[in-house]
Design a binder for this molecule. Structure first.
Ligand code: ADP
Ligand code: MG
Length: 264
């Protein structure tokens, strides 16, 4: 008999939703979702308000538990683990370890108001990774410089514009060296002229880092130009997905066509 070929690690999706379901009481917000996100893929998630896009990112970030189904990160169940061939609830330690591969940036910047930009950036590496202050600060300065804020290290959030605060939030998430970055409408709270500087940072991340990205966005232009694939979400399901060129020029589903007519 021929031996089984070794599984190709690079073919393991970075994120896999397997029958992922999230209910709040009688309301099903994520509905038995199957979705794979490939290594280094840039996935744009669009859809109407209330369709479950934020919830999708929140359950992946383990901010909210799934009601049913499993999420795998880099081939490992996120909140479960295999024991004697059976899938059981994972220890908090296991969850923390798998989740440490994920960083998230929210619509509201969520910075610590009483900490400067650099203090915000090094807080988690110091506390969670146990990094030395020297090492964390060096890396923090590099990251703030990468997002164009080298001269703002010692500013407090209240002394920064919305776009600058959002760039600190991105640097802070990157400080934990994630493999996956989640962006939930990160430009929605910003004036149009400040959106550009945040989107530029995301573009730069896309080209310089081996990062898998899931981006919920209202910026159709950005999704079209930056994403490898666009998913249209409605009522907790992916209704349509395609490469951006095809998705925006020839949407197949009536619900997608309706949505795109309304937003573009
Ligand atoms: P989107 O990001 O696509 O606008 P959300 O994921 O925020 O949608 O919300 C999807 C649905 O789930 C909405 O109907 C919302 O009211 C509901 N929802 C979200 N979070 C909660 C919660 N913590 N408790 C109850 N319902 C919630
Ligand atoms: Mg949302």
């Amino acid at each position: 008999m021929q031996p089984e070929p070794a599984p190709d690690a690079s073919a393991t999706p970075m994120v896999r939703f397997k029958g992922a379901t999230k209910r709040y009481g009688a309301l099903t917000v994520i509905d038995a979702l199957h979705l794979d996100v490939a290594r280094n893929e840039k996935l744009a998630i669009i859809g109407p308000s209330g369709s479950g896009k934020s919830t999708l990112l929140r359950v992946l970030m383990t901010l909210d538990p799934l009601t049913d189904g499993v999420i795998e990160v880099d081939g490992e169940p996120l909140t479960h683990m295999w024991r004697s061939g059976e899938l059981v609830t994972a220890s908090k330690r296991h969850v923390r370890q798998v989740r440490s591969k994920i960083g998230m940036v929210f619509q509201s910047f969520n910075l610590f108001a009483h900490m400067t930009a650099i203090e915000n950036t090094i807080e988690a590496p110091l506390r969670v990774l146990g990094m030395s202050k020297k090492e964390a600060s060096e890396r923090g300065r590099e990251l703030l410089s990468m997002v164009g804020l080298a001269d703002k290290c010692h500013h407090y959030p209240s002394q920064l514009s919305g776009g600058q605060q959002q760039r600190v939030a991105i640097a802070r998430a990157l400080a934990m060296r994630p493999k996956i970055m989640l962006f939930d409408e990160v430009t929605s709270a910003l004036d149009p002229e400040l959106c550009g500087e945040v989107l530029n940072v995301i573009r730069k991340l896309g080209s310089e880092h081996n990062l898998t990205m899931l981006m919920v966005t209202h910026q159709m232009g950005f999704a079209k130009e930056f994403a490898d694939r666009v998913c249209f979400f409605s009522q907790g399901k992916v209704i349509e997905q395609a490469a951006p060129q095809q998705f925006f020029s020839a949407p197949q589903h009536e619900r997608t066509q309706q949505f795109l007519r309304a937003v573009t």
